[in-house]
Design a protein around this ligand. Structure first.
Ligand SMILES: [Zn+2]
Length: 173
């Protein structure tokens, strides 16, 4: 069971993102402002939710109707704080790595188009037959693991951290 359990996620997570303590809205809008705009990914924030609207973002950017901020997803990426880790490995993977990574990138782009919070934050070749992908949400790591499994079979293993919103997904073939 869980090699990852010796890593203490809970304290750090609470501190860094202040879910427990902070009460004020960090994206509070001033009088006359219509939305907050993430300068990293151009996501907009209105009525307490983040979404992509390219046209509206372009129209608002640089005006005083918008508050320029960094969205929680871009902050998570900047702080290198993944909630999901997908590990791909095996001989078959090594042979088909390029093809499999393309599938993952396409799938991630599709998800990203409709969801501000699901993003790949890092890919790291840890060994000649092993690639580790960090994602901003546990949902995306699972989704990508399942997509690879669906396309190539192999073995899929999803391991949840007991305490936190964090998942490790292993795919091997
Ligand atoms: Zn952003």
């Amino acid at each position: 069971m869980g090699r990852y359990q010796d890593r203490k996620w809970s304290g750090e997570k609470g501190k860094k993102f202040g879910h427990a303590g902070r009460t004020e809205d960090p994206y509070f809008l001033e009088e006359g402002q219509e939305a907050a705009l993430c300068t990293g990914c151009q996501a907009l924030y209105q009525n307490k939710r983040w979404f992509f609207d390219e046209k509206a973002a372009k129209k608002l950017a640089g005006t005083n109707k918008v508050r320029e901020v960094t969205c929680p997803t871009c902050r998570k990426i900047k702080d290198r704080y993944p909630e999901g880790i997908l590990t791909l490995s095996g001989e078959f993977f090594r042979e088909r790595q390029q093809e499999i990574v393309t599938l993952i990138e396409n799938e991630a782009a599709r998800v990203r188009a409709r969801s501000v919070q699901d993003r790949i934050m890092n890919m790291n070749q840890e060994d000649w037959d092993k690639l580790v992908i960090e994602t901003t949400t546990e949902k995306l790591a699972q989704h990508l693991g399942r997509a690879v499994y669906k396309a190539y079979k192999g073995e899929l293993d999803i391991r949840w951290s007991e305490m936190d919103k964090f998942v490790r997904v292993y795919w091997k073939r």
